[in-house]
Structures are given as C-alpha cells and as structure tokens.
Design a protein around this ligand. Structure first.
Ligand code: KG4
Ligand code: ZN
Length: 366
C-alpha cells in the first residue's frame, strides 16, 4: 500500500536586520552566474536556468497531477520515481532551449526541503551529482524561500521591505521580509494550510483532484451571499490562521443542503469568499503592525483570481504576485533563489541531506 499524502510541510521564520534592494542583490559576488534550478519537492518536476545578467533564460515543468489523480492525492513513492524519470530530460530540454551546454552552468540550485523526503532526495542527488561532475557549486534551497522570492522574477518587482503572504498546499505564512534571508514570521496556520482546505473542501464536494483550482472555477457559478461562512480567528488579535473549521463548516452546509449543482457552486463560493476575506483581514493587520505598504503574495493559491482581486483592491497598498505559471511549484523560483544566494557558495561536499521540515528561520542572509 502506498501512503497518500495531500499535505506538504511546515515552516517557521525569524528576525534579521538590514534591507537590501534587488539591483544590489543581482550583483552579488560581482560575478555573472548562470544557475540551473531543480525543483522536486512534491508532484512537479521543475527545471530552469537563471542568468544574473540576463534573467530567466529557459524553464520547463512536468506536472504529475494526472498520475496522482486516481488516488485523490500525491502518492510519495510514485512522485519520487517520476522525478527520477523526468529530471535529466528536462535539464537537457532547458539547456537546448537556452542554446547552452552543461559546462555553461556556473552553479546548481536544488530544493532541499521542505517537502516529501523521497521526492526531495531525487533533486538533491541529481543536482549535487551534476555539480560534482561539472566541478561547480551546489546550492541547497528552501522551497518556501523559492516561493517567497518568486515575485522578484517579474519585470515589475517589489523592493524590500515587504510583507509576504505565502499560500500553498502545505503552508499559510505571513512573513516580514527585509532582504534575502531576513525573514520574521508574523503568522501561520495552526492547522490546515489554505490550499489544503481548498483541496479537502473540493474533495468533499466531489470535485476532481487537485481541488483548489476546480473549486475556484465552480465558485464563479455560485450566487453571492447564499451562505454566510465564518472568518476564522479574525475577531481576536494576532496573525495566525485556522482553516480546518471552515472546511468542516462547508461539509456541514453541504450535508444540510438539497445537494443540487447550484448548492455546490454556492458553497464553493461561500467557502472561497470566507477564506479570501480571512487572508485579506490578516494581510491588512500585518501591514499595519509592520508599518509597511507593500504586500507580496506567492504560492499555489496566489493564482486564485478572486484572491488577487480582493487584495489588489486594498487602498494605499502595492500588491505584487508572480505570473500565474510561477505561483505553483516551478524551477524558475529555485534557480532565482540560487542566484540570490550565490554570493556565499559553500565548499563542495560529497555528503548531502534533504530536509522534509526546514523552518525559514534557520536561513540567514547569503
Ligand atoms: O505552491 P503549490 O503549487 O505547492 C505547494 O508548495 O504546496 O500549491 C498548491 C496548492 C494546492 O492546494 C492547490 O489546490 C492550490 O495551491 N491552488 C489553488 C488555485 N490554484 C492552485 N487554490 C485556490 N485557487 C486556485 N486558483
Ligand atoms: Zn510549493
């Protein structure tokens, strides 16, 4: 039997001091670097090449969604095996797209955690072996830092400092960001991550896996204010979240309804509206507490159009997002994080490890 996991793992964070602006960071080490990024923490194999002078050169992604769909969640062993099959061909594809050879790469960045340990080990092993063979540095990247920095890949990117809302399948984090590696955790989910709550609610409504985007599409057919769902933990101080009660509320509402297709759409909309409203209230509170006016939103749920509309409508605040294809897991964010960390490259070691749990507060500046 395979263990079925729909969760990815938990991250904390901590305080560092100085803010640095992106243009300074892109000159780190004063050397031009081409960094190969490898993402394999869960059910997507993502590969990219980032050039500190020219930006993103090429990227490719293979999603395992179809393979896991019949199990209703990610099957870790199948995920690992598929990363083994896809990583090297995708590296070759990205190099060909960029019209480069393997020895044009200056460093290899790979996701070392958090995530599924077997899946992570594939990226770690291939990334480090390639770096060893090419005699170039290998850089272990924290997946959540990858998401956090992903909006900086865009032309219109934010300057530090900012508040980051990270919303994915395994994490809901509010982080004060003063520079690369300068992260203070402001709040996090005490139970389900918001993406997980979307996925579980969708599953309960009988929607296809992965449920988040399917539920969001169904919500577009819902009639507003058919149901009033709670906004969990908003009527008390603090910046933590709780989404498991919202999922249960949706389940009970569905059970007590006449269970028509319209009921389903109405419940999807009521759930989505409550989740988004809760996130928006906490973002506003975080910006007020930190006295910042820039909000950066990343992770799979940041692709949600209603969330973007709600946050972008907040007055006197600048909001930044990654392009939709870089909201969910991808290699570009790992290559970019690697480039940002390339100033302080570690001596190549023959041993390595993956970290299924890796709190952001254990990272420091590059
Ligand atoms: O960042 P990500 O690709 O993987 C993790 O690191 O977890 O996030 C995946 C999560 C899933 O829970 C998925 O259902 C959710 O993001 N998601 C969405 C949407 N697109 C992806 N949730 C709500 N609305 C969407 N449009
Ligand atoms: Zn992710």
């Amino acid at each position: 039997m395979y263990e079925i996991s729909t969760r990815k793992k938990i991250v904390d964070s901590n305080l560092f001091e100085k803010g640095i602006i992106l243009s300074q960071l892109q000159r780190v080490g004063n050397t031009k670097m081409r960094v190969l990024g490898i993402e394999s923490s869960c059910d997507e194999t993502g590969i990219a090449l980032y050039d500190t002078d020219k930006g993103l050169l090429a990227h490719a992604l293979f999603s395992q969604v179809a393979m896991h769909a019949e199990y209703g969640g990610v099957v870790p062993e199948l995920a690992s095996r598929d990363h083994v099959r896809k990583t090297l061909p995708l590296i070759d594809q990205v190099l060909a797209d960029a019209q480069l050879q393997r020895n044009d790469i200056d460093a290899v960045a790979y996701t070392a955690g958090p995530g599924l340990v077997g899946a992570l080990l594939v990226g770690c092993a291939i990334g480090r072996s390639l770096a060893w063979a090419l005699n170039i540095p290998a850089i272990a990247i924290n997946h959540m830092e990858g998401h956090l920095l992903s909006p900086l890949l865009e032309d219109n990117s934010p300057n530090f400092p900012f508040v980051s809302l990270l919303v994915s399948g395994g994490h809901t984090l509010l982080v004060e960001v003063r520079g690369i590696g300068q992260y203070q955790l402001l709040g996090e989910s005490i139970d389900d991550a918001v993406g997980e709550a979307f996925d579980k609610t969708a599953k309960m409504l009988g929607l296809d896996y992965p449920g988040g985007p399917v539920l969001a599409a169904l919500a577009e057919k819902g009639i507003a204010d058919s149901y009033k769902f709670p906004r969990p933990m908003t009527n008390r101080p603090g910046l933590d979240f709780s989404f498991s009660g919202l999922k249960t509320f949706a389940m009970n509402t569905w059970r007590d309804s006449t269970q028509t297709e319209q009921d389903k759409a109405n419940i999807a909309l009521a759930f989505q509206t409550a989740a988004i409203e809760t996130l928006a209230i906490k973002c506003k509170r975080a910006l007020k507490e930190t006295q910042l006016s820039t909000l950066v939103v990343a992770g799979g749920v940041s692709a949600n159009k209603a969330l973007r509309q709600r946050l972008s409508a907040m007055p006197t605040i600048d909001v930044y997002y990654p392009r939709p294809e870089f909201c969910s897991d991808n290699g570009a964010m790992i290559a970019f994080a690697g480039a940002m960390r390339s100033a302080n490259l570690q001596q190549q070691k023959s041993s390595f490890s993956a970290r299924p749990r890796w709190p952001l507060d254990e990272l420091g500046p590059p």
